[in-house]
Design a binder for this molecule. Sequence first.
Ligand code: SAM
Length: 352
Amino acid sequence: MLNQKDFEILYPYLKNIVNIEIKEYPNKTKEAVLEYSNGEKYIKCLNNNKKPVKAGFSSIIEHFTRGDYGNSSYRGNCSGLLIKDLYQYFGPQKVLDPMCGSNTSGEVAKDLGINQISLDLNPKFGGFNILKDAFDQSFDLIFCHFPYFVFKGSKMPVYSGVMWGNPNPYDLSRINDEYKFTTAINLAQAKMYQALRKGGRMIMLIGDSRFRGRYYSMFKSMNFYGDIENILIKRQYNCVSNNIAYSNKFLPIEHEYVVVLRKNDEYIVHCIHVTTQIKNIMECKGITWRSLIQSILEHFGGKASRGQIYGELKNHPKAKNNNFLKEKIRQVTNNYKDFIVNNSVVSLVALN
Ligand SMILES: C[S@@+](CC[C@H](N)C(=O)[O-])C[C@H]1O[C@@H](n2cnc3c(N)ncnc32)[C@H](O)[C@@H]1O
């Protein structure tokens, strides 16, 4: 909390301020993080009269303003100040943004005097299709802000046919099958990696999506090509979803990820491949008897006779070579706190 004395100390520095964050540390040090309308941040210690110092870059990125870059009405646009932080920190010479949208990154690059190629499936930026076309040159930084995964029927941003031109089947925002979307993102990433110089970086801005209780995590589903150098969390403000009064109980998504992958070797690529499997525990040998019987009781609505449990279990791979299955069921249902047995009927106990 700011008291009168803090306010007097800060007063000379409040011109063009967009946000003040107060941090209090256990050793009684108190500091204010001052963010100005140009996105610059300074830290002023409130225990002395020294001048504010420029704030560094950390693994959590938040800006209360987006900077005068790109077009704030282009859906899914990102903050130019985030990109400015990244470009200033990594100091690239030649940048590519293959999905530049309203060209936020291109305008930042111009401002900083960095050479950038901005492409997009949108014909305004060359109609470049990352899923089909090849890059004709290489770069030491590639910034890529993928479209969100768009659940069918949701209001997430769709680009072709909405923000520009006609619907295009290669538009990632139109691929609303999770598996096909992930495959497309991985292909795009592999192509970008190939266009990197040794020592170069691929920086991907990634957001997860949710619709009607379903969650798609692009971050968790995608592969990574290259060595992980940093994973940053970007706080997300002003999302359309934040203004919706949710009837169900869940947390709104207020963050995105900034993944920084580095190409450290000309030949060897560090790959993290993600595979998704759907498993049926009725086919798994590795499951415990307690867990199996718990699931069977859940299947029967919380209560089943030992005969019904036997009927479900008898073809299970764990039961196949067990000549004493009935005895096993009796032993497990008698011995675990999860179960209550009454006249051979087993119930799953309430959790409280
Ligand atoms: C999230 S937006 C980028 C927004 C941008 N960072 C900005 O601030 O305006 C993603 C962009 O990916 C483009 N896109 C979708 N599919 C593509 C593809 N196959 N090849 C190239 N660009 C694609 C869309 O047209 C859209 O402009």
